[in-house]
Design a protein around this ligand. Structure first.
Ligand code: GLU
Length: 304
């Protein structure tokens, strides 16, 4: 069994010395006050060993990381029919960019840009009996943790300022790619983004992607072929318009969010989650990305 603690300690002390910690997302007012000195890493191996440093047990807003979990839930319900309404190509543009959506007739490039995630939210609103409750139950279930919650103030903050998301939903609606009422779909979307989790909890939730579709309790949520596809999407589209750079520097599939979290994993090996709220220009956690680059370089463990 490999002991990852020394390498995490070493990365932690390197990162703590770094002066430029990036900029905390302020376009969602409720996130603007988060202290950018927070930094945590949590690693869970496929056999269940855990290693961690820093603020790995502190809750933060998972934001776009939730998009992988909504895609998973929608895939388990309607399978590959999802891809009649959303593409699988990297967009090469920021996560909230709109013009491509108009040129491409309301079919978002992939499920991880905002427009794509809004279509997935629409699918869940159509298919789940009590969408917000059922989705939260799903997350609690895959994480084996009933304490996970929505943060209502963050959801409200996004609702008040989410002009681009309203614009995307309206464009989708005009192309017939949104079946439900715009306000209902966006209410679901803002809530999924507002979920708070710790690094520790995210490493548990993403276990199923490293474990061929089976969660910690060995329940099958996705087939092996569905996991292969979702993992491929994380590698190619999981880091905004910096997915190429992330693959180049880190070499793991994963997903980031503007709350400063990043979850990455090596299939059949480990899941590693970092949290540092300061972002780089593309919207990825600046120090989280540096920590993961150091991790795969020092351990020589990446998919390549
Ligand atoms: N709730 C955020 C938004 O819609 C998610 C952005 C992100 O984490 O990428 O802008």
């Amino acid at each position: 069994m490999r002991n990852f603690q020394p390498v995490l300690n070493e990365i932690y002390s390197n990162i703590k010395k770094t002066k430029d910690k990036g900029i905390v997302a302020s376009y969602i007012p409720e996130l603007a006050s988060i202290d950018k000195n927070n930094f945590g890493i949590h690693l869970r191996t496929i056999e269940g060993h855990e290693y961690a440093v820093g603020n790995y047990n502190k809750l933060f807003s998972i934001q776009s990381i939730s998009k992988v979990l909504t895609l998973t839930k929608a895939t388990s319900i309607i399978g590959s029919d999802i891809f009649k309404r959303v593409g699988v190509e990297p967009s090469g543009h920021p996560f909230n960019q709109l013009s491509l959506l108009e040129i491409e007739n309301g079919i978002p490039r992939n499920p991880f840009i905002n427009a794509g995630a809004i279509v997935i939210a629409d699918i869940l609103v159509s298919r789940l009996e009590n969408p917000k409750e059922d989705f939260l139950d799903f997350i609690r279930n895959v994480t084996s943790d009933n304490t996970i919650h929505y943060n209502e103030s963050v959801a409200l903050s996004e609702k008040k300022t989410g002009y681009k998301n309203f614009a995307a939903a309206n464009l989708l609606k005009s192309f017939g790619n949104l079946k439900n009422d715009i306000d209902v779909v966006l209410d679901f979307y803002f809530h999924q983004c507002s979920i708070e989790m710790t690094c520790n909890q995210l490493s548990k939730a993403f276990y199923l992607f490293a474990n061929k579709g089976k969660c910690l309790r060995n329940i099958v949520h996705l087939t092996e072929s569905q996991v292969k596809r979702i993992n491929a999407l994380m590698l190619t589209c999981g880091f905004y318009d910096e997915a190429g750079d992330f693959a180049f520097e880190v070499g793991l599939p994963g997903k980031s969010g503007v709350g400063g979290g990043i979850v990455a994993f090596l299939p059949n090996n480990f899941i590693i989650t970092t949290w540092s709220p300061g972002l780089n220009k593309k919207g990825n956690s600046k120090l989280g990305m540096q920590a993961l680059e150091q991790f795969t370089t020092k351990t020589q463990m990446s998919i390549f």
